[in-house]
Design a protein around this ligand. Sequence first.
Ligand code: HAM
Length: 441
Amino acid sequence: MSTLKVKRPKGTQDITPSQIYKWNTVEETAKKVAQTYGFREIRIPVFEETGLFVRSVGDSTDVVQKEMYTVTASGDSQFTLRPEGTAGVMRAMIENGLLNESFPQKVFYNISCFRHEKPQAGRYREFHQFGCEMVGAAGPEADAEIICMISDILRMLGIKGVELNINSIGCSHCRLEYQNALKEYFSGRTEELCDTCRERLVRNPMRLLDCKSPVCSEIAKDAPVITDYLCCECAEHFEKLKSYLTALGIGFRVNPKIVRGLDYYTRTVFEFVTTDIGAQGTVFGGGRYDGLLEELGAKPCPALGFAVGLERLILVMEKQGLLFKEENGCEIYIAPIGEEAHKEAALLCRKLREAGFIAETDVMGRGLKAQMKYADKLGADYSVVIGTSELENGSACLKNMTTGEKRQLSLDENFSDAFADIFAADTLCGDELFDSGKGGR
Ligand code: HAM
């Protein structure tokens, strides 16, 4: 029988142990910043009823029309792997009564998302988002706070040169007049539009501004812009947001072309964009979606948020040569020779681990030479060899693998305390952006 050779699906990535420290760096930093702003974690299912995304993301968006992974389970229900987090988080907030608690409600999430897009650098079919949503706050100071949080994440990671673009796409009032202006503009060139956009022109002309086809996007370049159609309240909201950002010292560019690829947005929309990682340069995206909760059956309630693609965030950091927080490696390797020594090593390792050290010993039946080679490969900070004479004497030699310094330690219940003292004395506390973590024990 031939063997089955399976490869990972197109557009997905394996994250191996040698790369995970990069992920931990960005995830932990984003989480830490969100927590300082009072956001708390929420976890939601990987799949939802398809109708949730059709209703919230919008049935004339690329995401719903072309990119959803939808499955039908036995029975009638249709489920879709989440293409983004906002819809599921809003569903969960309604379902769990979070809207009955005090406002603003602030949550963050760290999730995988799925979109059937054409894979390229920075664009995947399975990707990961860290996102924050704030519910209950209508004023522009909330928009400024969300944007400020993103700029803090970028600062904490050391990222530079990611430009903030903002726009207001108004409310349903101002949008009515704008949609008519767009219909008038595009209807003169219907023949040139792609099939999807011809249909969009009738149902949702703003979606034409987001089409990826080169012909449609060329035509869209000279289309009317929403900022010329904002009602007084929306214009005032936008002006105030700009003044808050200025007061916070956050640079921005007003880009009236930003409409975002999802239908739920109202008023503020924004993107943090870089030229460092090629065509897929939008790293953070978000905005206000004041109508979504009502659309999903809840009482009307303003809301806003953002999500960042973690793959893109890591790509930018790699491109800019930034530091990721290294994982701690093996701190002490105990090399036993003989069965009795193996038992003693297992016991000592257990004690050391209880005290929080990363301790390893032989589980491969290797000889001493091979064990020391392995300890070197692990980059162990210290090693101890335990053979017959060490067992008889009740003491063994602890070797600092970097300096070569040796010390005799008793093999008794004080072993891990004695090791902890030596470890602490040898560890220098650095004050780099991401220290090794060893100084913090
Ligand atoms: P989005 O702009 O569709 O917004 O996605 C947010 C971020 O996810 C993008 O800026 C990008 O970094 C990343 N991303 C999107 N698609 C892909 C892909 N195929 N491969 C890799 N990364 C990707 C949303 O999803 C909204 N839910 C954001 C939001 C939250 N708005 C309000 N609250």
